[in-house]
Design a binder for this molecule. Structure first.
Ligand SMILES: Cc1ncc(COP(=O)(O)O)c(C=O)c1O
Ligand SMILES: N[C@@H](CCOP(=O)(O)O)C(=O)O
Length: 471
């Protein structure tokens, strides 16, 4: 299976090449050339299967033989063996027809582990097979970075540079990135926002000489393999509630649009999903876009769900590509508008296509706190602020469609955001035992300005030193 760029001007690549490429060379994002489908019988058969076995079945047509089956299966088994819950991603009932899909039982307590534990193994495997090294760059609002550090620490084939917004991630998130004493891991605190970090990472990929010299690779959800791995839990959750013989909807706390895009892919692969709810915090660009048809960047507001304090929602580009019937020219025009005037307007037909499958709700800070408080009061269930955005928007969806079960994705463990949880519920969630000493470990990080050249120079010097090349 080849993968094509949303901007139509980069070479089509197989799975392993797309995995290493990260961003396409034309600045676009890779997607499979065709969507494989799973039959209702196959989906029905997932009932009672382990998470890892469902992952093997869902990922097989996406990887499409590009990695030998036995190796892929081994890596999938290893990736999920380390999760702290026997179901890997368990489903919990919160209310009548409202369910929570817990995605935070991996090593760093956020949903990013589900994809990153596999991605780390896949990248290491492909690099070893080819006998090459890579420099991984990633932008994080807190969770991708910690999951990547955990997945890639100590690997010989890669140096990892994680850019995070200085002072805008939680203490737990920062410490997960800065206390891993591994020489191949570098935490860079950038004086700017997550969007600044993300645009610098994309700038590095678009800087051909830098990209080629360092064998740059990416771990953000611009990397198609990240999305592919996230498709799996939509299947396991929906099947647990009776799919394919019963339709379900999903409410997904959304920032960079990767997680919810994975839900859309599951639907394209044959999972009967009724609605996909884009649940945003006060950074409501996607909710405004669905309402008005105009994608307009405004300033980022810091919230209690900092991982979703995002305006430039990378994976929306993949949805645009599909909504425009894979017209790469239309995507290029929209993205040019975005970089020139910080906005673009969707045409009527693509907008109608998006509205036919997606709903959107923005939950403000008071709404998030009220949702955490009420959920705890009524059921004893402790939500983190990101997950509360999802359940709150899920309740809104249930009001209009009470008969269809809603699965809200719980994307982080409450202990990652103890202050916000304590303010709302009075309860301070403790870190799990494997992280009990996190707050007393020594930290190592470098503060750098929001300046492309300075950051590239830092990364180049460190990566060359690590590879034993004179700087
Ligand atoms: C805890 C948490 N929830 C939700 C999101 C939003 O996910 P996505 O960026 O895939 O939309 C993120 C990161 O973006 C996150 O870290
Ligand atoms: N919330 C994310 C932001 C980056 O998203 P990604 O899914 O594109 O890696 C984070 O925690 O870093």
């Amino acid at each position: 299976m080849l993968h094509v760029s949303t901007r139509g001007e980069a070479p089509a690549l197989g799975f392993s090449d797309a995995l290493l490429a990260g961003l396409a060379r034309d600045g676009g994002l890779y997607l499979p050339k065709h969507w494989p489908t799973l039959s209702p019988e196959t989906i029905r058969g997932f009932s009672g299967m382990s998470y890892a076995d469902v992952a093997k079945a869902v990922l097989a047509p996406l990887v499409d033989g590009d990695i030998p089956e036995a190796d892929l299966h081994r890596m999938i088994d290893e990736a999920y063996a380390g999760f702290r819950h026997p179901a890997t991603c368990p489903l919990v009932q919160l209310d009548d027809n409202l369910f929570v899909l817990e995605l935070f039982h991996g090593p760093t307590l956020a949903f990013k582990d589900v994809a990153m534990q596999l991605l780390g193994r896949l990248m290491d495997y492909v690099l070893r097979t080819r006998g090459t090294r890579a420099t991984i760059v990633g932008a994080t609002s807190g969770d991708t970075g910690s999951a990547a550090v955990e997945a890639f620490k100590g690997l010989d084939q890669v140096d990892v540079f994680i850019l995070y917004p200085h002072g805008r991630v939680s203490d737990v998130q920062r410490r997960q990135m800065t206390t891993v004493a591994s020489p191949n891991v570098h935490a860079l605190a950038i004086e700017g926002t997550f969007d600044d970090c993300q645009s610098m990472v994309k700038g590095m990929f678009n800087h051909e000489r830098f990209r080629d010299a360092l064998h740059l690779s990416g771990v953000n959800s611009i990397n198609w393999a990240r999305i592919a791995a996230q498709v799996v839990y939509y299947f396991t959750a929906a099947v647990a509630l009776g799919a394919p013989d019963r339709r379900v909807s999903f409410s997904v706390p959304t920032g960079n649009f990767g997680d919810i895009l994975a839900g859309w892919v599951a639907k394209r692969m044959g999972l009967p999903i009724e609605r996909l709810m884009i649940a945003t915090n006060a950074n409501d660009i996607l909710a405004r876009t669905l309402e008005t048809g105009s994608y307009e960047i405004k300033g980022v507001k810091p919230t209690d769900s900092p991982s979703m304090d995002i305006q430039i929602s990378s994976n929306f580009e993949r949805l645009l590509f599909e909504a425009y019937d894979r017209d790469a020219g239309a995507v290029r025009a929209a993205m040019a508008g975005l970089s020139q005037s910080k906005s673009f307007t969707l045409q009527d037909q693509p907008l109608a296509r998006i509205r036919a499958e997606f709903s959107a709700t923005a939950v403000d800070e008071a709404g998030v706190a009220a949702e955490m408080a009420e959920s705890y009061r009524a059921t004893g269930y402790v939500l983190d602020p990101h997950s509360a955005v999802g359940t709150s928007a899920g309740r809104a969806l249930l009001q209009s469609r009470p008969e269809t079960p809603v699965i809200a994705l719980s994307t982080a463990h409450p202990a990652k955001f103890p202050e916000a949880v304590e303010r709302a519920t009075g309860l301070r969630p403790p870190l799990p035992p494997h992280m009990a000493d996190l707050m007393t470990r020594d930290e190592t990080f470098t503060v750098l300005p929001h300046d492309q050249k300075t950051v590239e120079t830092f990364i180049r010097d460190r990566a060359r030193a690590a590879a034993g090349v004179a700087a």
